[in-house]
Design a protein around this ligand. Structure first.
Ligand code: FAD
Length: 339
């Protein structure tokens, strides 16, 4: 039976450790709980907010309506042939565990996404990505429950409209569906992407010429632990901003003024690392009260203790203003701001 609580503290449910209270709160452990929650929300005219691991949200002091904490767990193989496997996870399953299971089974495709905190169900929301791989590269389909009608719908990759840290669930269908399960097509034959970031350098240093899956995730773990703050030690939500994409003309203009500007190609556009822009604007390692910019990686905003969403947003506004003034580039948040 679904238990609905009132005025529940969400601080332990978000990796930014924002002090936040849910007006109404329920943990869902199976599909029936979601359907019961939809019924309750309708009867009480309350909106629903779905919370996974809370690793990509900036929560305000009070979240109106019913917060559903997703604990629907489980994994399974939906289909298999000689080359691939259709591996599915229920949405409250830990993404890290999901990747670990795939690696243990010897399936290729999501190893570069190892150690991204959060749930399987949130992975399509922003089309999670790391080290040259995005979820969309092996996504097959997902099943979601309409939060208005309780009806189920299957979404193909095309339906999800995946883009860089984006999908239909972050835009047009934001807050409209509860993603129930996600199925990925993983390969049985070795197909590794090792050319991104420090992976190649790390392999070279260790003298590994032909790495296996377990060696790849060990290296990813090493790189991530050396660069990213662990939320339990220094609360954060990973990258606070997206890397802005600009046109070639605009890039040529910037290159004249800033010859050492960092960039990488992104289709017809050029991507500029937001961390570089924030660093150049003088914010790396800066602290305003308990809201700060991580000293080793300027893309990450951190909570040094008692920072509130308001403190983080004040810092966010300062950074955006400074970057716009210096480079003419508008930064966009990657994190979901829930006020
Ligand atoms: C240290 C650190 C490192 C990170 N590194 C990366 C990285 O390398 N790459 C990357 O892409 N991200 C990264 N992130 C961000 C984060 O891990 C991902 O966005 C992750 O997918 C969030 O999962 P979650 O379950 O915590 O989502 P939450 O924060 O709980 O939710 C995020 C959004 O998705 C919605 N949502 C969640 N579950 C569902 C569901 N079942 N149905 C419908 N909507 C849902 C929520 O309503 C919310 O809007 C990092 C975060 C941290 C803290």
């Amino acid at each position: 039976m679904l238990a609905i609580e009132h005025n529940v503290d969400l601080q332990r449910y978000n990796t930014f450790k924002m002090a936040s209270k849910a007006e109404f709160f329920a943990v869902v452990r199976e599909k029936e709980d979601v359907l019961a929650a939809i019924k309750w929300a309708k009867e009480h005219a309350q909106p629903i907010f779905v919370l996974g691991g809370g690793a990509n949200v900036l929560l305000g002091k009070k979240i109106k309506g019913l917060v559903l904490k997703n604990e629907i767990k489980g994994t399974g193989v939906l289909a298999e042939d000689k080359d691939s496997v259709l591996f599915s996870g229920l949405s409250g399953e830990s993404w890290i565990r999901f990747v670990h299971l795939a690696v243990e089974a010897g399936w290729y495709g999501i190893e570069n996404l190892f150690l991204i905190p959060g749930t399987v169900g949130a992975s399509p929301v922003q089309n999670i990505g790391a080290y040259g791989v995005e979820l969309k590269d092996c996504f097959d389909h997902l099943v979601a429950i309409n939060l208005e009608t309780g009806k189920e719908k299957t979404f193909s990759a095309k339906d999800c409209r995946f883009a860089y840290r984006d999908s239909i669930f972050k835009n047009k269908l934001r807050g409209k569906y509860f993603i129930y399960s996600v199925a990925l097509r993983l390969k049985k034959k070795a197909e590794l992407k090792l050319g991104y970031g420090d992976i190649g350098k790390c392999l070279l240093e260790k003298g590994i010429k032909k790495p296996n899956l377990k060696q790849v995730i060990a290296i990813i773990q090493e790189i991530r632990n050396s660069k990213l703050p662990i939320p339990a030690v220094l609360p954060n939500v990973g990258s606070f901003y997206k890397n802005p994409e600009i046109g070639k003309k605009e890039f040529a203009r910037l290159l004249k003024e800033f010859p050492d500007i960092r960039s990488f190609p992104a289709g017809k556009k050029i991507k500029i690392p937001a961390a570089w822009l924030i660093d150049q604007a003088g914010f790396k390692g800066k602290r305003f009260g308990d809201a700060g910019v991580y000293e080793k990686q300027a893309l990450i905003l951190v909570n040094h203790g008692q920072a509130t969403a308001r403190d983080i947003l004040a810092l966010d506004a300062k950074i955006k203003k400074a970057v716009l003034k210096k480079f003419g580039i508008k930064l966009e948040e990657e994190v979901n701001i829930i006020l």
